[in-house]
Design a protein around this ligand. Sequence first.
Ligand SMILES: NC(=O)c1ccc[n+]([C@@H]2O[C@H](COP(=O)([O-])OP(=O)(O)OC[C@H]3O[C@@H](n4cnc5c(N)ncnc54)[C@H](O)[C@@H]3O)[C@@H](O)[C@H]2O)c1
Length: 309
Amino acid sequence: MNVDVATSFGSAAMDVAPPDIQQVGIIGAGQMGSGIAHVCALAGFPVTVVDIKQDALDKAIAVMARNMERQVNRSVITSDDRDAALARIVTSTDYGAFANADLVIEAATEKEDIKRSIYKALTPSLKPSCVVASNTSSISITRLGASTDRPEKFIGMHFMNPVPVMKLVEVIRGIATDEPTFQAVQTMARKLGKITAVSEDFPAFIVNRILVPMINEAVYALYEGVGSVSAIDTSMRLGANHPMGPLELGDFIGLDTCLSIMQVLYEGLSDSKYRPCPLLVKYVEAGWLGRKSGRGFYDYTQSPPRPTR
Ligand SMILES: NC(=O)c1ccc[n+]([C@@H]2O[C@H](COP(=O)([O-])OP(=O)(O)OC[C@H]3O[C@@H](n4cnc5c(N)ncnc54)[C@H](O)[C@@H]3O)[C@@H](O)[C@H]2O)c1
Protein backbone atom coordinates (compact mmCIF):
# COMPACT_ATOMS: atom_id res chain seq x y z
CA MET A 1 0.00 0.00 0.00
CA ASN A 2 1.28 3.42 -0.89
CA VAL A 3 0.87 5.65 2.15
CA ASP A 4 1.30 9.39 1.82
CA VAL A 5 3.09 10.26 5.06
CA ALA A 6 1.99 13.91 5.10
CA THR A 7 -1.63 12.89 4.64
CA SER A 8 -1.44 10.09 7.16
CA PHE A 9 -0.35 12.59 9.83
CA GLY A 10 -3.07 15.00 8.74
CA SER A 11 -0.57 17.80 8.27
CA ALA A 12 -1.10 20.19 5.36
CA ALA A 13 2.25 21.92 5.68
CA MET A 14 4.59 19.02 6.45
CA ASP A 15 6.49 18.72 3.17
CA VAL A 16 6.93 22.39 2.33
CA ALA A 17 10.17 24.07 3.40
CA PRO A 18 9.76 27.43 5.15
CA PRO A 19 10.52 30.24 2.73
CA ASP A 20 12.81 33.14 3.02
CA ILE A 21 10.78 35.42 5.27
CA GLN A 22 9.69 38.52 3.39
CA GLN A 23 6.12 39.33 4.45
CA VAL A 24 5.16 39.35 8.12
CA GLY A 25 1.75 39.10 9.76
CA ILE A 26 1.10 39.98 13.40
CA ILE A 27 -1.96 39.00 15.44
CA GLY A 28 -2.83 41.28 18.37
CA ALA A 29 -2.24 45.02 18.35
CA GLY A 30 -1.56 45.37 22.09
CA GLN A 31 1.70 46.41 23.73
CA MET A 32 3.64 43.44 22.31
CA GLY A 33 2.05 43.23 18.84
CA SER A 34 2.61 46.93 18.20
CA GLY A 35 6.23 46.65 19.40
CA ILE A 36 6.90 43.65 17.14
CA ALA A 37 5.28 45.42 14.15
CA HIS A 38 7.44 48.47 14.92
CA VAL A 39 10.75 46.54 14.76
CA CYS A 40 9.71 44.46 11.71
CA ALA A 41 8.70 47.56 9.72
CA LEU A 42 11.90 49.40 10.65
CA ALA A 43 13.91 46.37 9.52
CA GLY A 44 12.28 46.70 6.06
CA PHE A 45 9.55 44.03 6.22
CA PRO A 46 6.02 44.73 4.96
CA VAL A 47 3.81 44.07 8.00
CA THR A 48 0.09 43.32 8.32
CA VAL A 49 -1.38 43.62 11.82
CA VAL A 50 -4.71 41.94 12.61
CA ASP A 51 -6.78 42.47 15.76
CA ILE A 52 -10.43 41.82 16.57
CA LYS A 53 -10.78 45.40 17.75
CA GLN A 54 -10.48 48.25 15.24
CA ASP A 55 -9.73 50.69 18.08
CA ALA A 56 -6.75 48.53 19.18
CA LEU A 57 -5.41 48.77 15.60
CA ASP A 58 -5.89 52.55 15.49
CA LYS A 59 -4.20 52.91 18.87
CA ALA A 60 -1.29 50.68 17.77
CA ILE A 61 -0.62 52.88 14.72
CA ALA A 62 -0.61 55.98 16.94
CA VAL A 63 1.69 54.29 19.50
CA MET A 64 4.15 53.17 16.79
CA ALA A 65 4.21 56.67 15.24
CA ARG A 66 4.85 58.21 18.67
CA ASN A 67 7.59 55.71 19.57
CA MET A 68 9.32 56.14 16.19
CA GLU A 69 9.13 59.92 16.65
CA ARG A 70 11.01 59.47 19.95
CA GLN A 71 13.67 57.44 18.10
CA VAL A 72 13.98 60.25 15.51
CA ASN A 73 14.42 62.80 18.32
CA ARG A 74 17.16 60.65 19.85
CA SER A 75 18.80 60.24 16.40
CA VAL A 76 18.34 56.44 16.54
CA ILE A 77 16.55 56.59 13.15
CA THR A 78 15.98 59.33 10.57
CA SER A 79 12.60 60.83 9.73
CA ASP A 80 12.87 59.09 6.32
CA ASP A 81 13.31 55.72 8.11
CA ARG A 82 10.22 56.49 10.19
CA ASP A 83 8.10 57.47 7.18
CA ALA A 84 9.17 54.40 5.19
CA ALA A 85 8.52 52.08 8.16
CA LEU A 86 5.05 53.48 8.86
CA ALA A 87 4.19 53.13 5.15
CA ARG A 88 5.05 49.38 5.37
CA ILE A 89 2.39 48.73 8.04
CA VAL A 90 -1.20 47.87 7.14
CA THR A 91 -3.96 46.79 9.50
CA SER A 92 -7.02 44.58 9.17
CA THR A 93 -9.62 42.74 11.22
CA ASP A 94 -9.58 39.82 8.74
CA TYR A 95 -7.06 36.93 8.62
CA GLY A 96 -7.52 36.89 4.80
CA ALA A 97 -5.01 39.78 4.87
CA PHE A 98 -2.29 37.19 5.70
CA ALA A 99 -2.59 35.35 2.34
CA ASN A 100 0.97 36.30 1.32
CA ALA A 101 2.60 36.14 4.76
CA ASP A 102 5.73 33.99 5.20
CA LEU A 103 5.70 34.35 9.00
CA VAL A 104 2.76 35.13 11.29
CA ILE A 105 3.60 36.10 14.87
CA GLU A 106 0.70 35.70 17.28
CA ALA A 107 0.80 38.21 20.15
CA ALA A 108 -2.81 38.04 21.34
CA THR A 109 -4.09 37.83 24.90
CA GLU A 110 -2.33 35.24 27.12
CA LYS A 111 -5.22 32.75 27.28
CA GLU A 112 -4.82 29.30 25.79
CA ASP A 113 -8.42 29.01 24.55
CA ILE A 114 -8.13 32.39 22.77
CA LYS A 115 -4.88 31.37 21.08
CA ARG A 116 -6.32 28.01 20.00
CA SER A 117 -9.41 29.62 18.47
CA ILE A 118 -7.19 32.13 16.66
CA TYR A 119 -5.11 29.33 15.07
CA LYS A 120 -8.25 27.50 13.99
CA ALA A 121 -9.60 30.58 12.23
CA LEU A 122 -6.20 31.67 10.93
CA THR A 123 -4.57 28.66 9.27
CA PRO A 124 -7.02 28.23 6.34
CA SER A 125 -5.93 31.72 5.17
CA LEU A 126 -2.20 30.89 5.17
CA LYS A 127 0.16 29.53 2.53
CA PRO A 128 1.20 25.94 3.45
CA SER A 129 4.78 27.18 3.84
CA CYS A 130 3.91 29.96 6.29
CA VAL A 131 5.60 29.69 9.71
CA VAL A 132 3.43 30.46 12.75
CA ALA A 133 5.19 31.80 15.86
CA SER A 134 3.62 32.53 19.24
CA ASN A 135 4.89 35.28 21.54
CA THR A 136 3.37 33.49 24.55
CA SER A 137 5.15 34.14 27.86
CA SER A 138 4.44 30.78 29.37
CA ILE A 139 2.12 28.42 27.47
CA SER A 140 3.54 25.14 26.06
CA ILE A 141 4.64 25.55 22.43
CA THR A 142 4.18 21.82 21.85
CA ARG A 143 0.55 22.01 23.03
CA LEU A 144 -0.21 25.17 21.02
CA GLY A 145 1.48 23.74 17.91
CA ALA A 146 -0.50 20.50 18.20
CA SER A 147 -3.72 22.51 17.89
CA THR A 148 -2.67 23.79 14.42
CA ASP A 149 -2.46 22.12 10.99
CA ARG A 150 1.34 22.69 11.00
CA PRO A 151 3.04 21.69 14.30
CA GLU A 152 6.37 21.34 12.43
CA LYS A 153 6.14 24.98 11.30
CA PHE A 154 5.03 26.25 14.71
CA ILE A 155 7.53 27.83 17.11
CA GLY A 156 7.86 30.15 20.12
CA MET A 157 9.32 33.59 19.46
CA HIS A 158 9.25 35.36 22.81
CA PHE A 159 10.04 39.06 22.51
CA MET A 160 10.66 41.21 25.61
CA ASN A 161 8.79 44.36 26.58
CA PRO A 162 9.37 47.09 25.32
CA VAL A 163 10.22 45.35 22.03
CA PRO A 164 12.03 48.25 20.28
CA VAL A 165 14.41 48.55 23.27
CA MET A 166 14.98 45.01 24.56
CA LYS A 167 17.58 42.98 22.66
CA LEU A 168 16.51 39.42 23.51
CA VAL A 169 14.23 37.01 21.70
CA GLU A 170 13.80 33.60 23.32
CA VAL A 171 13.30 30.92 20.66
CA ILE A 172 11.38 27.84 21.78
CA ARG A 173 10.95 24.69 19.68
CA GLY A 174 7.97 22.46 20.29
CA ILE A 175 8.63 18.73 20.09
CA ALA A 176 7.48 18.74 16.42
CA THR A 177 9.17 21.97 15.25
CA ASP A 178 11.44 21.24 12.27
CA GLU A 179 14.99 22.49 11.76
CA PRO A 180 14.26 24.79 8.73
CA THR A 181 11.59 26.59 10.80
CA PHE A 182 14.02 26.99 13.71
CA GLN A 183 16.73 28.35 11.37
CA ALA A 184 14.30 30.70 9.55
CA VAL A 185 13.16 32.24 12.83
CA GLN A 186 16.72 32.64 14.18
CA THR A 187 17.70 34.42 10.94
CA MET A 188 14.61 36.62 11.15
CA ALA A 189 15.36 37.61 14.77
CA ARG A 190 18.90 38.61 13.77
CA LYS A 191 17.52 40.74 10.89
CA LEU A 192 15.42 42.55 13.51
CA GLY A 193 18.63 43.40 15.38
CA LYS A 194 17.86 40.94 18.19
CA ILE A 195 19.97 38.34 19.95
CA THR A 196 18.38 34.94 20.47
CA ALA A 197 18.61 32.50 23.35
CA VAL A 198 17.21 29.02 22.82
CA SER A 199 14.95 27.67 25.54
CA GLU A 200 13.50 24.20 25.83
CA ASP A 201 9.72 24.03 25.98
CA PHE A 202 9.25 24.09 29.78
CA PRO A 203 6.77 26.31 31.64
CA ALA A 204 7.64 30.03 31.35
CA PHE A 205 10.87 29.25 29.43
CA ILE A 206 14.10 30.87 30.76
CA VAL A 207 13.57 34.56 31.49
CA ASN A 208 10.22 34.28 33.26
CA ARG A 209 11.19 31.02 35.02
CA ILE A 210 13.86 33.00 36.86
CA LEU A 211 12.48 36.55 36.90
CA VAL A 212 8.88 36.02 38.00
CA PRO A 213 9.69 33.77 41.04
CA MET A 214 12.08 36.55 42.13
CA ILE A 215 9.22 39.06 41.93
CA ASN A 216 6.97 36.60 43.82
CA GLU A 217 9.67 36.24 46.49
CA ALA A 218 9.85 40.03 46.82
CA VAL A 219 6.07 40.05 47.40
CA TYR A 220 6.57 37.36 50.11
CA ALA A 221 9.25 39.55 51.73
CA LEU A 222 6.71 42.40 51.80
CA TYR A 223 3.90 40.08 53.03
CA GLU A 224 6.03 38.73 55.88
CA GLY A 225 7.16 42.24 56.88
CA VAL A 226 10.83 41.72 56.05
CA GLY A 227 10.87 45.19 54.49
CA SER A 228 8.69 47.97 53.10
CA VAL A 229 8.11 48.43 49.34
CA SER A 230 10.84 51.05 49.11
CA ALA A 231 13.27 49.06 51.31
CA ILE A 232 12.86 45.96 49.11
CA ASP A 233 13.22 47.87 45.82
CA THR A 234 16.13 50.01 47.08
CA SER A 235 17.89 46.87 48.33
CA MET A 236 17.70 45.12 44.98
CA ARG A 237 18.57 48.26 42.97
CA LEU A 238 21.60 49.22 45.03
CA GLY A 239 22.54 45.86 46.52
CA ALA A 240 22.14 43.66 43.44
CA ASN A 241 22.59 46.40 40.82
CA HIS A 242 19.18 45.74 39.23
CA PRO A 243 17.95 48.69 37.14
CA MET A 244 14.46 48.39 38.70
CA GLY A 245 13.39 46.96 42.05
CA PRO A 246 11.35 43.71 41.83
CA LEU A 247 8.08 45.29 43.02
CA GLU A 248 8.45 48.18 40.58
CA LEU A 249 9.18 45.62 37.87
CA GLY A 250 6.10 43.57 38.83
CA ASP A 251 3.99 46.72 38.47
CA PHE A 252 5.59 47.35 35.04
CA ILE A 253 4.93 43.81 33.74
CA GLY A 254 1.41 43.75 35.23
CA LEU A 255 0.61 41.89 38.47
CA ASP A 256 -2.08 39.81 36.69
CA THR A 257 0.55 38.64 34.19
CA CYS A 258 2.99 37.83 37.03
CA LEU A 259 0.28 35.84 38.82
CA SER A 260 -0.68 33.89 35.70
CA ILE A 261 2.98 33.00 35.07
CA MET A 262 3.35 31.80 38.70
CA GLN A 263 0.22 29.67 38.22
CA VAL A 264 1.65 28.14 35.03
CA LEU A 265 4.91 27.34 36.90
CA TYR A 266 3.08 25.95 39.95
CA GLU A 267 0.78 23.75 37.88
CA GLY A 268 3.29 22.87 35.16
CA LEU A 269 6.15 21.87 37.49
CA SER A 270 4.08 20.63 40.46
CA ASP A 271 6.52 22.15 42.94
CA SER A 272 5.32 24.10 45.98
CA LYS A 273 8.25 26.51 45.69
CA TYR A 274 6.30 28.22 42.86
CA ARG A 275 3.12 28.90 44.89
CA PRO A 276 1.92 32.45 44.22
CA CYS A 277 2.18 34.75 47.27
CA PRO A 278 -1.30 35.36 48.78
CA LEU A 279 -0.59 39.10 48.76
CA LEU A 280 -0.01 38.99 44.98
CA VAL A 281 -3.33 37.15 44.58
CA LYS A 282 -5.07 39.76 46.75
CA TYR A 283 -3.68 42.69 44.71
CA VAL A 284 -4.92 41.09 41.49
CA GLU A 285 -8.34 40.37 43.04
CA ALA A 286 -8.53 44.05 44.02
CA GLY A 287 -7.81 45.09 40.43
CA TRP A 288 -4.49 46.63 41.58
CA LEU A 289 -2.57 45.41 38.54
CA GLY A 290 0.34 47.87 38.54
CA ARG A 291 1.04 50.70 36.14
CA LYS A 292 -1.72 49.80 33.68
CA SER A 293 -4.45 50.18 36.33
CA GLY A 294 -2.83 53.17 38.10
CA ARG A 295 -2.09 51.26 41.31
CA GLY A 296 -0.03 48.26 42.35
CA PHE A 297 2.84 48.30 44.83
CA TYR A 298 3.08 52.00 43.89
CA ASP A 299 0.35 54.59 43.40
CA TYR A 300 0.85 55.97 39.88
CA THR A 301 -1.56 58.87 40.34
CA GLN A 302 1.23 60.53 42.38
CA SER A 303 4.37 61.95 40.81
CA PRO A 304 6.77 60.37 41.57
CA PRO A 305 4.75 57.17 42.19
CA ARG A 306 4.28 56.59 45.94
CA PRO A 307 4.82 53.19 47.61
CA THR A 308 1.49 51.79 48.87
CA ARG A 309 3.03 49.85 51.84
N1 LIG B 1 3.30 42.37 28.40
C1 LIG B 1 4.50 41.81 28.44
O1 LIG B 1 5.40 42.26 29.18
C2 LIG B 1 4.78 40.59 27.57
C3 LIG B 1 6.12 40.25 27.32
C4 LIG B 1 6.39 39.16 26.48
C5 LIG B 1 5.34 38.43 25.93
N2 LIG B 1 4.05 38.78 26.20
C6 LIG B 1 2.98 37.98 25.58
O2 LIG B 1 2.51 38.67 24.42
C7 LIG B 1 1.12 38.39 24.22
C8 LIG B 1 0.35 39.69 24.17
O3 LIG B 1 0.57 40.41 25.37
P1 LIG B 1 0.28 41.99 25.45
O4 LIG B 1 0.90 42.44 26.72
O5 LIG B 1 0.61 42.65 24.16
O6 LIG B 1 -1.32 41.98 25.63
P2 LIG B 1 -2.36 43.15 25.30
O7 LIG B 1 -3.54 42.89 26.18
O8 LIG B 1 -1.69 44.48 25.34
O9 LIG B 1 -2.77 42.87 23.75
C9 LIG B 1 -3.47 41.73 23.32
C10 LIG B 1 -4.21 42.07 22.04
O10 LIG B 1 -4.76 40.85 21.51
C11 LIG B 1 -6.00 41.20 20.91
N3 LIG B 1 -6.82 40.00 20.71
C12 LIG B 1 -7.52 39.29 21.64
N4 LIG B 1 -8.16 38.28 21.05
C13 LIG B 1 -7.88 38.34 19.72
C14 LIG B 1 -8.27 37.59 18.59
N5 LIG B 1 -9.10 36.55 18.72
N6 LIG B 1 -7.78 37.94 17.38
C15 LIG B 1 -6.95 38.99 17.24
N7 LIG B 1 -6.55 39.76 18.29
C16 LIG B 1 -7.01 39.43 19.50
C17 LIG B 1 -6.62 42.19 21.89
O11 LIG B 1 -7.67 42.94 21.27
C18 LIG B 1 -5.39 43.04 22.25
O12 LIG B 1 -5.27 44.16 21.37
C19 LIG B 1 0.71 37.43 25.35
O13 LIG B 1 0.83 36.12 24.90
C20 LIG B 1 1.75 37.75 26.43
O14 LIG B 1 1.97 36.68 27.32
C21 LIG B 1 3.75 39.86 26.99
